[in-house]
Design a protein around this ligand. Structure first.
Ligand code: SF4
Length: 146
C-alpha cells in the first residue's frame, strides 16, 4: 500500500478547492493500491484556504523549528502543517505504507521543489513538511512527475 496526495486522485482539497486529478494515478485507487491523504485538511485547515508557503527553508527546517509556514494573509499556519504531517504519518504507518506519491511543489507534499516563501511563483529545491517527515520515518517519497 502507498500513500497518495488526495488531490491527485480527484479530491477537491487544494487551497482553491480544486483537484489535480491524474487519471493514471486514480486507477491505483480503483485497484486498492493507495490510501489518499490531504495533510493540510488533516491538520485542521479549511477548504478553500489561503495559499501558504514555507518561509525560511523547506519542510525539514519546519520540522526542526528553523522555518515557518505562512499563508498569503500573513497567518502563521505552521502548527496546522505539522499536525497534518503527523496525522498523515500515522495513517501511513497504520496501513504499513513504505512509499508515497505526493503532489510536487506543495508546502506539505512537495518532494523536490517548494515555493520560496515570497508568493512570487518562484520554486526552490526542497521538500514539503509531510514529505520531509515521511522520509525521516523511512517512507520513500516520489512525486506524480517521477
Ligand atoms: Fe494536495 Fe497535499 Fe495540498 Fe492536500 S496538502 S491539497 S494532498 S498537495
Amino acid at each position: 500500500m502507498k500513500v497518495i496526495s488526495a488531490c491527485l486522485i480527484g479530491c477537491e482539497c487544494r487551497y482553491d478547492q480544486k483537484s489535480c486529478l491524474d487519471e493514471g494515478l486514480e486507477q491505483l485507487l480503483r485497484d486498492g493500491k493507495v490510501i489518499p491523504v490531504c495533510p493540510e485538511q488533516l491538520g485542521g485547515l479549511p477548504t478553500p484556504r489561503p495559499p501558504a508557503e514555507i518561509v525560511g527553508g523547506d519542510g525539514n527546517d519546519v520540522l526542526d523549528g528553523r522555518a515557518k509556514v505562512i499563508d498569503r494573509t500573513g497567518r502563521d499556519v505552521t502548527a496546522e502543517f505539522l499536525a497534518g504531517a503527523y496525522q498523515a504519518l500515522r495513517l501511513a504507518k497504520t496501513v504499513g505504507a513504505t512509499s508515497a506519491i505526493l503532489k510536487e511543489n506543495s508546502p506539505s507534499c512537495g518532494s523536490s521543489f517548494v515555493y520560496d516563501g515570497h508568493f512570487a511563483g518562484k520554486k526552490v529545491p526542497g521538500a514539503g513538511v509531510t514529505a520531509a517527515l515521511f522520509r525521516r520515518h523511512g517512507i520513500e517519497v516520489k512525486s506524480e512527475q517521477s
